[in-house]
Design a binder for this molecule. Structure first.
Ligand SMILES: [Zn+2]
Length: 202
């Protein structure tokens, strides 16, 4: 048996939806000693902090509930909400945040099949395959044999999800597992949202 080193990924919870994510996938807000609130892009400023998902749903909920103001023990003005909205819209990788968090849970539960060899060894089952957009032609061909999702995630993103030092081009989950179902549900929801937002622009 081969043991792979799993690196520790620091996690934090969104103050709004309470979902845990890798620290780097969340936005840190910080209150300076003089009571001003900043977006802490590097995640390193000292002071009372709170985290929020780079997700406009969480932003709306934060505005309505006042939960961020409460966590930071500070007033949040309209200018700051606008700034945060802009930041969220430009935050890299936000569209896959929820899927990444499910993949992270699947990894912890030992349900994640990492790499084509591992997927091949389970191929008696139906597998949902998640392929990196920059994976090799060989791996893309391999993925064609399975139910696959293109999520516009890169090799780097898939590798980060697994916490392994190796690079990962493809991940698999048994199609009948709760994790695969959750991912398909999120994917469907996102695509409905994309269609809906296109409809608004028309
Ligand atoms: Zn959230």
């Amino acid at each position: 048996m081969k043991f792979l080193k799993v690196k520790h990924i620091p996690e934090r919870s969104c103050s709004v939806c309470k979902v845990k994510s890798a620290k780097n996938d969340l936005i840190r807000l910080v209150k300076s000693p003089d009571g001003k609130i900043f977006i802490d892009s590097a995640g390193k400023l000292p002071g009372r902090g709170a985290y929020i998902c780079p997700d406009l749903d969480c932003l709306e909920k934060a505005k309505k509930s006042g939960v961020l103001a409460h966590a930071l023990k500070a007033e949040i003005n309209e200018n700051f909400w606008l700034e945060l909205e802009e930041f969220i819209k430009n935050f890299g990788g936000n569209k896959n945040l929820k899927i990444k968090s499910v993949l992270g849970l699947a990894r912890k539960a030992g349900a994640l099949l990492i790499g084509s060899e591992k997927i091949e060894s389970e191929s008696r089952k139906k597998i949902l395959v998640i392929l990196a957009e920059d994976s090799s032609e060989g791996v893309k061909k391999f993925a064609e044999k399975h139910e696959s999702l293109s999520l516009n995630m890169t090799i780097k993103e898939l590798s980060d999800v697994t916490g392994l030092k190796d690079t990962v081009q493809i991940l698999g989950l048994p199609l009948n597992s709760g994790f695969a179902k959750k991912i398909l549900e999120i994917y469907k929801h996102q695509h409905e949202e994309i269609e809906r937002s296109n409809a608004f622009e028309r």
